[in-house]
Each structure stands twice: as C-alpha cells, then as structure tokens.
Design a protein around this ligand. Sequence first.
Ligand code: KG4
Ligand code: ZN
Length: 350
Amino acid sequence: MTAEPLVLGIETSCDETGVGIVRGHTLLADAVASSVEQHARFGGVVPEVASRAHLEAMVPTVRRALDTAGVKLADVDAIAVTAGPGLAGALLVGVAAAKAYALAAGKPLYGVNHLAAHVAVDSLEHGPLPEPAVALLVSGGHSSLLRVDSLAHGVTPLGATIDDAAGEAFDKVARLLGLPFPGGLPIDNAAREGQITIEFPRGLTGPRDQAEHRFDFSFSGLKTAVARWVEARERSGEPVPMHDVAASFQEAVCDVLTRKAIDACASQGIETLVIGGGVAANSRLRAMAVERASAKGIAVRVPRPKLCTDNGAMVAALGSHLVAAGVEEGRLDLPADSAMPITAVVAAHG
Ligand code: KG4
Ligand code: ZN
C-alpha cells in the first residue's frame, strides 16, 4: 500500500448521493447528486424517495467522480462507505453499491461512521488533525461535542443534544418563517439583513445545568420560543420582522454552540477545536467560533462550506486516514447500521 492511499468514498445516509476521491489528504473529486428538491414540498426528507434517488444516481455519480479525478476503479487502494448513522434504506443503497464495487474490483472495503467522516473531512483543507482535539458536530440529525484522541481508533462523547439537533432547529424555524427547506442557508442569508433585537433562550446554560448538562444541548425550547414570538406578533396584527427573528434565532444557536465547545476545550486542556456537519457551513457560527476561540488561544478548524454539508469526499477522507493508520479492512457482510454509535468509527462485522 502506498503512503498516500487513493480512496473512493460513497455517502448515502440522507438525501445526498456523494462520491469523493482523495489521495492522502488531497481532494481529487467530490461528485454530489442531491434529491433535496424532491423532498422540499414535504418539509423534510422522505426516506423512500431518498433511497430510490440514490439507486438512480449511484452509478453515474461514481463515474463522474472517477472521470473528474482522472483515475480508474482499478487504480484505487480502498473503497469507503458510510455504514451509519442515517436513514436505513438510504444507507443500504450505498453499502450494497460499495460492496459490489469492492468485490468486482478486488479492493478492501471500509464501512465508516458518517459523524467521524464529518470530522475527518477537515484534513482535506487543513492537513492532519492534531490529536487530541475537541470536535463540535452539528448537522440535521446530530449535535455533539466529542473528544478526539484518535480518529482512527475512537472518540469519546462529551455531550449531545437532549432533543432537537441544531440543523433541525434551523429547518423548523425556517419553516415557520416561510423559508425553504433545508432552512440553514436561507436563515443564514436572511440573518445578514437583520438585527439581533430579540433575546431568545439559551438552552442548558443556566448554573443548574452545569452539573448534569454542561456539554449537552437543547434546541427544542428555543424553537418553541421563536414560534410563540412569531404567533404573538401575528395576533397583534403587526408585521413579523423576519430578518430580525432569523438573526436573533441564529445568534442564540451560535452563542450556545460556541460557548459550550470552548468550555469543552478548556475543561480538557485541548487547544484545537474542529467543527463539522451541515451547520458548520453557517457564517455566523464560523465567525463567532474563531473570535471566541482565538481569545482563549484555541485554534479553530472548519472546512469550507461545501465540505461541511454531506458529501462523498468526507467518507473518502476518513477511509484514507484509516488505511494510513493500518486499520483492518471490513468484511463483505458488514451491515448498514442506522443507529451506529458515534464511538464506532468503523462498522462492526455482520
Ligand atoms: O450534515 P448535513 O448536510 O446532513 C446531516 O448529516 O444531517 O446537515 C444538514 C443540516 C440541515 O439541517 C441544514 O439546514 C443545515 O445542515 N445547514 C445549515 C447551513 N447549511 C446547511 N445550518 C445553518 N447555516 C447554514 N449555512
Ligand atoms: Zn451529515
């Protein structure tokens, strides 16, 4: 095996069919086909629709990635695929395809954790992640703080959301403001034209939360507070200042996320914070994290927005890291695990 493994990564945990190709820490191709438009009118991802779209997009997206990278399937050193967590049917399409490619081409197969891949992708932009690091993982389905001693061999959860994920809160608040799905980017854009005029609640940040929920998150109360505020405005007959609501809501989310992430670094004596997942694309979160962390001597690593949302490059990046670290390849009966725990970087054997 070369020191710089050439890895093809397949991602199908939600509504993006992603195929990425990396050599070591160098990104060669990042092909994504999204079924997001087919879900928009439902206000959320419809699993069956996503699975069918993955099935249709898989082969063309693999071809596109190979063409862009200028390599052949026979050239790759390994194939990595998201084994979980995610939508069961959607994961199955990617895992089945990866097994077929691995078997047909005689390549080692790695079934990897989607959340660990959101952390690993940063290495494509900023080089190897210094370990230990603290990772803030914020996506549509997850919000967690992790201690990363070794991305190849395991991570330790420090805290997680006790109700909604951060991305879910963006999507729900966008919906009640009449913005399209998924709501993260529309809120980000609307907030740029608004002022932070409303003090929305910061979940689990009170003195009593320190003991039990110091590194946990809660966004459900915030979402309800925004809904009540908007309803009260509508009842009074006054116009809803949509941009100000978006800015104030976004500020509340980013305040809590950055405060807890920096507290986690401080408590662990760790000087590197890596942020991953779709919500890491948020412009206010990025700016606030850098500002607050640098005041404490903590370095923030956050990949460019396109690498934050789901893609195949992140899976390839983690695969390449695992190959370089000498992690044993998976078996052809490795399962798709919709509830794969964050502590498992690679899928257990079937
Ligand atoms: O990681 P991701 O692409 O898929 C999951 O694994 O869930 O994350 C999707 C989430 C959605 O909830 C979306 O609204 C949110 O990431 N998101 C954003 C932004 N871009 C995407 N949230 C806030 N600001 C953004 N710019
Ligand atoms: Zn994701």
